[in-house]
Design a protein around this ligand. Structure first.
Ligand code: ADP
Ligand code: MG
Length: 465
């Protein structure tokens, strides 16, 4: 795409993609936004068209067939010359670096423009009641609830954890709860900074100070973004102290513990450490299941769908998306959108296509050899036994299982699989796959073993056998 004739037609003006995404979010709703729109990046802007990137072909096709009109309409509001949109597939690893390049600029521009829209806005959909609790987030949840009970055991409360684990949800829940009887200020560190800069420019610092120092509850999200902004930190420190002294509650979230915050004044860090510091960990299996279950029911009742998401797919999602609740919820949204549109549930292979960008599957690296090794170890037989022609029962099941897993986890053809299992005929391969499929539906233990094996193979967890 980088040829010079293209470059010449590059237009001067700069579309604010983050703002456009935000408008689309308002138009299409958070479900659609989280599942599809947030995946789109702006690559380049030309005179009369724009080049966007998405992580998979499936997402491109989905977006093109359903949301293209709305995206184009929204774009046209910002730049009427645009008459078409082109997509480019940028795989996840590349996508990340694009994100890193684009985000600082676009975020900055967007919150200047939309500051009034988003500023101090508490989302009524993120409450304690719909925050699902498990061992990984229990402490953060309970500490947050305590804040609302107004018993000043600790102040500030500092919640940290990776992306998509529920920090904003908790801060929002506190805000939602306390808003009834208190003056609440819920703001991201970025926005705090923006307000600060704006007030300096407008010579309005008195108002700024008043504004922030007047609150009973100050909730600051993503404090790590405050790094390095000396003047703002200075102001924040004074705000913090003023609030602290008058007994206001302060809750801070970050992606890391206070002592790991980079380029933030020591005295601020030590203020944070002086309260209660709690973390949210990656969701454990039980919590992932709970979230999937809950979210599926919610979506189904919301749209009064008859389709339910099968146990197999629920299990698949909860065992493959393990580090991010936002992506977990996004995955279910996609599966439910798919079933609504095609009026059937996606099969497991279809689910993999739908969720490709969210899964970290080692699909291409799964070799027959790996499958055989792991299945042999699991059933405690030798590879020679597996590949022999002996038909003892204790060898037949493991052999069929390995064949079944090869068929489902690799893209090998039946004759190829036959060859790798000591030149068995492809009809034998078909028979094995069918047998296991049937058994899986009848026999709970078999079903569980297959799921375990898939997990071990896809995630290189050989040492768990
Ligand atoms: P973070 O701020 O840590 O990046 P968010 O609070 O934005 O994460 O959470 C990401 C998404 O996942 C949100 O839609 C949120 O409502 C949802 N979510 C996170 N944790 C939970 C939970 N425990 N129960 C229900 N939904 C959750
Ligand atoms: Mg957040």
């Amino acid at each position: 795409m980088k040829n010079t004739s293209f470059e010449k037609t590059l237009s001067k003006s700069n579309l604010d993609w983050a703002l456009i995404q935000l408008e689309l979010k308002n138009k299409l709703g958070t479900d659609i936004y989280d599942s599809w729109i947030r995946k789109i990046n702006l690559v380049e802007e030309f005179n009369n068209y724009i080049l966007l990137s998405v992580p998979t072909r499936f997402i491109r096709d989905w977006i093109t067939s359903r949301y293209l009109d709305q995206i184009l309409q929204t774009l046209k509001k910002h730049k009427s010359e645009i008459i078409r949109i082109e997509f480019k597939i940028v795989e996840i690893t590349e996508q990340k670096s694009i994100n890193q390049k684009k985000t600082p600029d676009s975020v900055k521009v967007s919150f200047i423009k939309d500051s009034n829209v988003q500023y101090n806005r508490i989302d009524p959909n993120k409450r304690f009641e719909n925050f699902l609790v498990g061992s990984s987030n229990k402490i953060a949840f309970e500490a947050s609830k305590k804040v609302t009970e107004n018993i000043s055991y600790y102040n500030p409360l500092y919640i940290y954890g990776g992306v998509g684990l529920g920090k904003t949800h908790l801060l929002n829940s506190i805000g939602h709860e306390m808003n009834k009887n208190n003056k609440v200020m819920f703001i991201s560190a970025e926005r705090f900074m923006y307000q600060f800069v704006k007030s300096i420019k407008l010579n309005d610092m008195v108002k700024f100070k008043e504004y922030f120092r007047n609150t009973d509850v100050l909730l600051i999200d993503d404090i790590q973004f405050m790094n390095g902004k000396e003047a703002m930190q200075e102001e924040f420190f004074h705000t913090f102290n003023a609030l602290f002294d008058k007994g206001s509650r302060i809750v801070v979230s970050a992606d890391r513990p206070p002592n790991k915050l980079a380029r933030i004044q020591e005295r601020i860090k030590s203020r944070f450490s002086g309260g209660l510091v709690v973390d949210i960990q990656k969701p454990e299996y039980a919590l992932r299941k709970k979230i999937i279950d809950h979210k599926t029911n919610e979506l189904i009742s919301l749209h009064s769908d008859k389709l339910n998401v099968s146990e197999e797919i629920q299990n698949f999602i909860s065992s493959t998306i393990t580090t991010n609740i936002r992506e977990l919820v996004g995955a279910i949204n996609r599966v439910v959108s798919f079933s609504r549109i095609y009026n059937k549930l996606p099969s497991l292979p279809e689910t993999k296509v739908i969720l490709k960008d969210l899964l970290n599957l080692r699909e291409n690296n799964v070799s027959i050899d790996l499958i055989q090794t792991i299945v042999c170890k699991f059933f405690k037989i030798s590879k020679n036994e597996m590949l022999s022609s002996r038909r003892s029962r204790y060898l037949v099941r493991p052999r069929q299982t390995a064949i079944y897993l090869t068929k489902t986890l690799t893209s090998k053809s039946l004759p190829e699989i036959g060859r790798d299992f000591s030149n068995r005929d492809h009809t034998t391969i078909i028979h094995s796959v069918k047998t296991i499929e049937e058994l899986k539906n009848k026999d709970l233990e078999m079903n569980e073993n297959i799921n375990k094996l898939k997990n071990i193979i896809l995630y290189n967890k050989e040492n768990e056998i």
